[in-house]
Each structure stands twice: as C-alpha cells, then as structure tokens.
Design a protein around this ligand. Structure first.
Ligand code: ATP
Ligand code: LTN
Length: 338
C-alpha cells in the first residue's frame, strides 16, 4: 500500500458571499450559486448574505430587510441544504467587522484605489463615494480569512478582490507568522461573466436600473421570454461567437449553462435558423431551469420563522469558527486578552 492511501484528506473549507442589494439575477446563479450547490457534498461550506457590504450603496431599510430574507430563501431554493452548509447573515456575526478593522490597517490606500469595482461604483454613485465603498474589499477579505477558507467560488468580477484578500493574508502571515490560510478562487469555465441583455459589453448586475437588462431569478416565464426576445444582438443572422457578436455569445453561454451543450453543438443545432428562434430556445431553457427554484422560493417565503431559524443556527455555527481566528489575530497584534 502506498503511504498516501492512509492519509485522510481534510475536507476543504469553502466560503462565498452574496449581497442582498436586489433580487438575484441569472448572473449570480450561473456565475456563483450553481457552483455552490455542487460543492456542498464534498466540502465544509459557508455561504453568507453580506448585508454589511450592501450598505456601501444607499439602501431603503425595508427593502434591504426583505432582500435579506429573499436572498437566503433563494440560496435554499437553488439547492443549498441548510443542514449541510452554514448559511448566515453577515451582520449577525460581529467578528466580520472586528477583523475587517484590523485588516484595514494592513491594506494600502494605493491597492484599494486600484480596485475596478470601487472605480465603477464611484462613477455610478458619484454623490456617495463613502469610505465603506473604498474599504469594501477589506471586509470581504475578513469574511474569507476568518474561516481559514481554501476555496472561494465567485464570478469573474470578484477575481481582483480575491487577489487582494490573498495579498493581505500573505502580508499578515509574513509579519506575525502563519495566521491565515491563503485562499484560492474557484471560477466556473462557463458562465463566469453573464452580460447585460441590454448592453452585452457590460456585466449583468442586480442593481442595474434597466430591468430589461437583467433576468431576475423570480421573473415569470412570459417576462423571461419578453426580455430574451428584446435582448440586444448584432444585425447578422448566424449563431456563432465572434467580434461584434457579444450579444449572441452571451446567449450561447446561457444556453450552454442550462443544456451542457458545447459551442459547436449549439452552432450545429441552430445552423440556418434565425436569431428569433434561438432567442426563444434560450428563453425556454432558462424558464424551465428556474421554475423549480421559483416554486421552492414561494414555499420558503411563506415560512419566515423557518428562514429565521436557519439564520440563527447559521450565525451561531459561523461565530464559533470565526472566534478562533479573531482571537488568534488579536493576540498576535498585541491586544491584551482578558
Ligand atoms: P450589485 O449589482 O449589487 O453589485 P451583483 O449582481 O454584482 O450585485 P453580488 O452580490 O455582488 O452581485 O455577487 C454575488 C456573486 O455573483 C459573486 O460571486 C459575483 O461574482 C457573481 N456575479 C454577479 N454578477 C455576475 C454575472 N453577471 N455573471 C457571473 N457572475 C456574477
Ligand atoms: N464582494 C462580493 C460579495 C462578497 C464575497 C465575500 C464573495 C462579500 N464577501 C466573500 C466571496 C467571498 C461581490 O460583490 N460579489
């Protein structure tokens, strides 16, 4: 027997977060959540509704509260089992903000200034470029590093923030000795960046004001069909990827995510057929794919106390793990322990 055979492999720790800043989109589902459900059987997973992150942009309090319930319900509805995974709300575990403060003191003004999301959100909300928006990535680093995370399943847009979390962890470890595990990203091959239906050069985002740009996970079938029919494409008629064909490319990605078909198979299937027929097919597979999630969501939203139980249990379990890392950090930087 090879000695490797008897070494028990430690289960990987997975952490990811999602903002309750609106109704979740097809982008969130295909770019992130779909991977989350795949990992739940093989790893110890924590998934967090990051309400603290959401207030970096002005939110209406009653809507933030509703979106927090809805986001949790959508996570469960999309297949995350609350017994197998730790599902919780960020503001329920104070260690996130506590570690974020410490990490702020190990994050450089220059590196935070280079974050694309900060630049984009500052341009979009020029009347509210607050310090929270600027230090957003250090809170995200705290989220991840608190749990000694191995893998962070996210969409493409979060790659830069994840790199920063790694840099902060490495910097801290170099000064104080091994404290944080340095996490890796886990970005899907297909669907890592679903584009807006109104402007296929822009990412589909739940906070987009143009509702035709976004497929919400709660859109009924007729709305999904209408939005795909109106999706911006080029003036050609061939279903293939190419320069100036970002709109069709995006629809091919969505179709591929739901059917598992490759680009070649999709090209063959729709050879000689027009954009209208292809758009309809994409709409159908999307509506079929979302239907079970929507049905389960409706059931869960009628059971607020069940959702609150999940939040409570999740926060207790998360807090226990987080406390270990936080206390180690406090000791290492020289805070008096009482
Ligand atoms: P907001 O519009 O409020 O900034 P968002 O829609 O970008 O929000 P987040 O809550 O910030 O969504 O992201 C949750 C997860 O979904 C992240 O892992 C992110 O990378 C992923 N994600 C968001 N949008 C897309 C997209 N268009 N395609 C693929 N993945 C995405
Ligand atoms: N910044 C992410 C949301 C987020 C996150 C995290 C993702 C907050 N904390 C920790 C992964 C790990 C976003 O804007 N999508």
């Amino acid at each position: 027997m090879n000695s490797g055979d008897i070494v028990q492999q430690r289960k990987k720790i997975i952490f990811s977060g999602i903002q309750p800043s609106g109704v979740l989109t097809l982008g969130n589902y295909l770019g992130a959540m779909r991977n989350w459900t795949k990992l739940q059987d093989e790893a110890d997973c924590l998934y967090c509704v990051v309400d603290l992150h959401a207030i970096t942009v002005r939110q209406v309090p009653a809507e933030l509260r509703r979106h927090t319930y809805e986001t949790l319900a959508l996570l469960v509805a999309s297949g995350l089992d609350p017994d197998k995974n730790i599902l919780f709300v960020q503001s329920h575990v104070p260690a996130h903000t506590q570690l974020a403060w410490v990490l702020n003191c190990f994050s450089m003004f220059g590196e935070l200034s280079r974050m694309t999301q900060f630049k984009e959100k500052s341009a979009k909300h020029s009347d509210n470029i607050n310090a929270g928006l600027f230090t957003y990535p250090t809170l995200m680093a705290a989220d991840i590093l608190l749990y000694q995370t191995d893998l962070v399943p996210v969409g493409q847009d979060q790659k830069q923030h994840l790199e920063l979390a790694r840099d902060i962890a490495i910097r801290f470890n170099n000064i104080y000795g091994e404290t944080f595990r340095v996490p890796e990203g886990y970005i899907p091959q297909t669907g890592a960046k679903i584009m807006s239906l109104a402007d296929p050069t822009k990412k589909m985002s739940k906070s987009d004001e143009n509702e035709n740009a976004v497929i919400s996970l709660l859109d009924p079938r007729d709305v999904i069909i209408r939005k795909f029919k109106r999706a911006v494409t080029d003036s050609g008629n061939e279903i293939r990827r190419g320069e100036g064909k970002e709109g069709i490319g995006n629809l091919m990605t969505i179709y591929s995510c739901f059917t598992g078909k490759t680009d070649e198979e999709i090209e063959r299937e729709f050879a000689g057929k027009g954009y209208g027929e292809f758009k309809m097919a994409v709409a159908e597979v999307t509506a079929d794919g979302l239907k079970p999630i929507q049905d389960k969501f409706a059931e869960l939203m009628a059971e607020k106390t069940y959702l609150e139980e999940i939040m409570k249990t999740g926060a207790e379990r998360a807090a226990k793990i987080a406390a270990r890392t936080l206390s180690k950090v406090y000791r290492k930087v020289g805070f008096v322990q009482i």
